[in-house]
Design a protein around this ligand. Structure first.
Ligand code: 2AM
Ligand code: CA
Length: 266
């Protein structure tokens, strides 16, 4: 199943890279405020679904641009192009993200960066790899030297105050914070130690499913804002090595309100 995920991710990556030379000519639609989708997102998603359907005709699919095809223990969770806004600006930070959930548990995760030809893969119990080499989360235990990733609540200002309240102590406590704009790739960077930790409010399941498994298999910890495992449902995630996660959580926790502990509404 990992092989199928890799084939689908690479094929989608090829479609994306071919289109990257002509972004100005793409048809772009706005899904909601600050949220865009292009014909490349759709084409990449169709390719991924085709590869998966051919190998596993009765598995279910949850994909960003085509919704949920329900009714199975096996669900493929797909973001065909994570970082669409970056892609449309020629900002080379975007990726394909594909995960497989079996009975609600993440079993396979692939994040593919077609710009740098970096393939991040993980299977439950089998470790995490970058281009077939084993990766581990960073060993950093000092917050002052830590480089963190994050994402801003870009869709609405509902959680902006809570987010900014968390941002402040983390900004003061760490060596730096990066907001690169493609959550799946940020998580892959935590898995291979380029980032020491990451947090975000309001992620979708397809943004994080593959990345979460990469981090877990690379020795990291992922929780929601209640220190539980409901990040796929709430969309809120804190992650890093066990010590980093704990230190970040301590600074985030005082600013967590009730809304941030509930399953997301959309
Ligand atoms: P997407 O490109 O697949 O939609 C988390 O920040 C995620 O939100 C990103 O990985 C990105 O995934 C999505 N997103 C959508 N619009 C965004 C925007 N204007 N800025 C940042 N992220 C955006
Ligand atoms: Ca997307």
């Amino acid at each position: 199943m990992l092989n199928i995920a890799v084939r689908a991710a690479r094929n989608a990556g090829d479609i994306i890279q071919r289109a990257s030379h002509n972004v100005n000519r793409l048809t772009i639609n706005q899904k909601s405020q600050h949220d865009f989708v292009s014909e490349v997102d759709f084409a990449a998603e169709q390719e991924i679904i085709q590869v998966i359907r051919k190998a596993y005709p009765d598995h279910a699919i949850l994909a960003e641009e085509s919704g949920e095809h329900s009714g199975n223990d096996y669900i493929w969770v797909i973001d065909p192009l994570d970082g669409t806004t970056n892609f449309l600006h020629g900002f080379p930070q975007y990726a394909v993200s594909i995960a497989l959930k079996v009975k609600g548990k993440l079993e396979v995760g692939v994040v593919y960066d077609p710009v740098n030809d970096e393939l991040f893969t993980a299977e439950r119990g089998g470790g995490a790899m970058l281009n077939n080499r084993k990766i581990r989360v960073a060993k950093q235990t000092n917050l002052q030297s830590a480089l963190l990733g994050t994402g801003f609540p870009f869709k609405s200002d509902e959680h902006l105050d809570a987010y900014l309240a968390m941002f402040r102590p983390l900004c003061i406590a760490t060596a730096g914070i990066r907001r690169a704009g493609a959550a799946a790739l940020d998580l892959a960077y935590v898995a291979c130690g380029r980032l020491d930790g990451f947090w975000e409010i309001g992620l979708q399941e397809w943004d994080m499913a593959a990345g979460v498994l990469l981090i877990q298999e690379a020795g990291g910890v992922c929780t929601d804002f209640s220190f539980n495992n409901d990040y796929l449902q709430t969309g809120n995630l804190v992650t890093g090595n066990p010590k980093m996660h704990q230190m970040m959580f301590k600074l985030i926790e005082p600013h967590v309100n009730e809304k941030l502990t509930k399953p997301r509404s959309s």
